[in-house]
Every structure is written in C-alpha cells, then in structure tokens.
Design a protein around this ligand. Structure first.
Ligand SMILES: Cc1ncc(COP(=O)(O)O)c(C=O)c1O
Length: 459
C-alpha cells in the first residue's frame, strides 16, 4: 500500500471486521477447501474474507450473524428493483407450483415474450438468448468477425466484457497502462487480435481506425464504462465511434450488459444484454440487425455457431426477465426519474460529506448529454481537486487516484457500518428509500472521519 498510515488503518479495519463477522470467517474457511478461493467471482472474494449472506430483500442483505446490510451492489447491478422483488419471486413460485419452471430443453412462449420485449425496446430485428454476459460478448464478436471477414477486435482500456478470449486484454492497469493480457491459457491468436484504445479519447480513436481501419471487425464499447469506474461516454465520443465504424466498415457493438434497461443510447449494429434483462436470473442476449444475427441461423448457413446452451432460454429465467422488462416498460417514467433523482442526491451528498472531512472525493456516474439520468455512483479518491475522472486510465493511475483507498479501506470501513459497496459504491435501485440514503450518509460521515488523517497525509 502507498503509505504506512494506510497500512495501519487497514490492519485496524481487518481486526474489527473479523470481530464483527466471525461466522462468515468460519464459513469461508470451509468454502476454501472445496471451491477455488472459496467462491466463483473475484469481486465477491475480498480480503480477509467476504460477508456470507443468508437472505436478501429490497435494499438489504442479511448476513450469517443477522446484520442487515444496506446494499449498493445489488446483484452485480442486476437488481434494479432491489433484492427479490415480490413481483418476480411471486411469479416464479406460481410458475413452479403450476408444474413448470425447471429446464425442459424445448421451446416455449416465454422466450418469445422476452425476445419481443428486447426487440421492441432496443430496435433490434433479431435476438438470441444465452446465459451470461461473457458468452453474449463472445458471440457478438464472433458474429462481427464473420460478417466483416476481418480479424481485429477493438476495445477500450479498462473495458470489462466478461472472461472470454477477446475480452481478456487490457482490463487491468499496469506499468504501460491498459495493455496486458489478463490470463494464461488463451488461444495465441486471440490476444494478438485485440486492440486497446483509451476511453473518451477521440484523437486516440481516430488514430487507431486510421492505422487498422481495414482490419477492424468491431469496436466493442460500453456506453458507460462500468467495472473500471462508472464513467459515461461523452456524446461526441460515442458518435465518433459510430461514424468511424461506418466509415471503415467495422461493426459497433454496444456492450449494454450493465447499461441495458438502466440507460438508453445510440443505435449500434449489435448490442449485448445481461444483468437487468434476466430479472435476477441468468439471462443474456445478443440483439441487432437481422442480416448480422442470421449468420447464426439456417438462413445464414449457421456460419457462426452461436447455438447450443443446455440452459439457454431457461423457463424460469425467461419468466423473470419478461416480468422485469414489462415492469420497466410500464413504469418507465416513474422508475428512471426516481433512480436519477436518487443518483444525483447520492453523488453530490457523498462528495460533500468527504469534502467536509478534508478528503477529495469525486463521484462518477453523473449524467451527461449521452445519458440523461443516472443511477450509478462510484467514489474515487483523486490526489488533487483538478483531476477529472474521464477515463479508466485516470481512475486507475496511481499518480491520479488512490485506488487502494476505494478498494480496500472504504470497502471494509463501510461494511463495518453495515453498508455494502463494490468499486466505491454501486447502483441505486427502486428499493432504496430516502431513509436508506440517510443511513448511507451517516455511514460515510463516520468513515470519512476515520480515513481523514491517513488520506490527507497522502496528498
Ligand atoms: C459490461 C459488461 N459486459 C459483460 C459482462 C459479463 O457478464 P457476465 O458476468 O454475465 O458474464 C459484464 C459483467 O460484469 C459487464 O459489466
């Protein structure tokens, strides 16, 4: 860690954490004996060990000790209505009680209903459903490469599209910025086929297209970069991406696994969806123009094997996704204005609370001309007040921001206040109330007081 003062506060936090969550510690010890590192997703497995959950409802999860923890992670941002909304759990119970719900391996009307909603809401002509965002982005890239007959895949530094070959490049920040290969065991060619450019940097985008334009199959882009900082793309950048893709005959894939049904954006050639679209169940999708999508079908000679998937279009998942999307469509004005209002309030209030304790905090997730309302809020700890968090490169650069304060100190300090945050907070849901936010602000106030001295000594 950066300085001695951080280490000592981190040790104190770890000690208090172990005292507050002993059952989770015991459970984690058992879990590491049967699962690698005790679980399945690195974001869930933070040191010294994660809090184990026994139930979840609305804005809260309950851990093994019985603490009710105010949650801003909300199922990797999937739970826009909060945890286990009765609207969805009730329908799933009825479905199962009615003798349907587990996998049949046959087709039903539910998949049609969900696909129809996706097409209606995104303007896509065809959709194909799968079970994870990682698969969706991989299939979208395969479609783009086949459709264009080209090999290169352009992505942004810090862009997370799941653990699939072309996505495992330039995700974490190293000595040379976002250029590293993230995993061993990848096919050799895939890593050479991924190009990385800096987010929100129009010059860099022009440059990479002018150099490789005739080889780029697709530019895969999150309209709002999620994992590496909740940073919205500027409208001019997203528009330039559209223009350059058209000019050079490449496809634009908008990875809306986080953004889909949380924000709306420009028309891409393909979009990938996940998270919210599953209503809390494992659903993901690729949707887009028929001439591209049908490459995966009989009409297109099944040139891209975007098929298989024992659990694709699982009946219970289809029902949950359908109910979620139908609800969002029917309550669009109310949902998005409520979330945007809460988002605005949280971002500015949290910044000022930390400011009152002499800590510079910048919240990302503010809306811009590309996304008019936003329910994301992520805290960053810049070293100077003039640092603007406009790309993951800035958020992750140790010369600009104190990532360790956000990822290690803040996380544990908030959990000791019964607030769960990932990457420095997370997403608002319809289940969060003004009272919950008051609890967050009080927690932030105590955390800021606690971190004030060590953080200020690092400026
Ligand atoms: C933008 C984006 N794309 C793809 C993925 C991968 O989705 P999944 O975790 O469902 O495989 C994620 C997951 O966080 C994501 O944020």
């Amino acid at each position: 860690m950066r300085i001695q003062a951080f280490e000592s506060v981190y040790e104190d936090l770890m000690g208090e954490y172990k005292a507050r969550f002993p059952r989770s510690g015991q459970q984690h010890e058992r879990a590491t004996k049967v699962m690698v590192d005790g679980g399945q997703h690195t974001l869930r497995l933070y040191p010294p060990y994660p809090v184990y959950v026994q139930s979840a409802s609305g804005a809260y999860v309950r851990d093994l000790e019985g603490h009710d923890i105010l949650d801003f992670w909300q199922g990797h941002f999937a739970n826009i209505l909060g945890h286990n909304p009765p609207l969805i759990t009730g329908a799933l119970s009825d479905q199962l009680a009615g003798g349907y719900g587990l996998q049949t391996g046959m087709v039903d009307e539910l998949a049609y209903d969900l696909a129809t909603l996706i097409c209606q809401q995104t303007g896509a002509e065809r959709v194909r459903l799968t079970t994870s965002g990682s698969l969706a982005t991989m299939y979208a890239i395969m479609l783009a490469r086949s459709f264009t007959g080209r090999d290169l895949v352009l992505k942004i530094g810090g862009g997370w599209h799941g653990a699939q070959p072309w996505g495992l490049v330039g995700v974490s920040y190293g000595q040379c910025g976002y250029q590293s290969i993230e995993s061993e065991g990848l096919p050799g060619a895939t890593t050479e086929e991924a190009l990385v450019t800096q987010f929100n940097d129009c010059d860099a985008l022009e440059q990479v297209f002018s150099q490789y334009g005739d080889r780029i199959a697709c530019f895969i882009l999150e309209p709002v970069v999620g994992a590496s900082g909740a940073i919205p793309g500027r409208l001019d950048y997203i528009q330039l991406a559209r223009e350059l893709a058209d000019k050079h005959g490449a496809l634009l894939i908008l990875d809306e696994v986080i953004a889909g049904f949380r924000f709306y954006s420009i028309t891409p050639d393909l979009i990938t969806l996940g998270k919210i679209a599953g209503g809390g169940m494992p659903v993901a999708a690729v949707a887009g123009r028929a001439e591209i999508m049908t490459i995966a079908g009989i009409e297109g000679g099944r040139r891209v094997r975007f098929d298989g998937g024992t659990y694709s279009a699982h009946p219970a998942s289809m029902l949950a996704g359908k109910i979620m999307l139908q609800y969002l469509v029917d309550h669009e004005d109310e949902v998005y204005s409520y979330l945007a209002r809460l988002g605005d309030q949280v971002r500015s209030r949290v910044e000022s609370i930390f400011g009152e304790h002499g800590i510079i905090v910048r919240c990302t997730g503010y809306p811009n001309d590309a996304i008019p309302g936003s329910s994301l809020a992520m805290l960053h700890f810049p070293l100077r007040p003039d640092i603007e968090i406009s790309s993951p490169n800035i958020a992750a650069d140790p010369q600009c921001c104190m990532l360790e304060v956000r990822e290690q100190l803040l996380k544990l300090a908030l959990l000791l206040e019964d607030v769960y945050a990932v990457h420095g907070l997370g997403a608002l849901s319809m289940a969060h109330t003004e009272d919950d936010l008051a609890q967050l602000y009080a927690a932030c106030d105590r955390v800021a007081e606690r971190l004030s001295e060590p953080v200020q000594s690092a400026y």
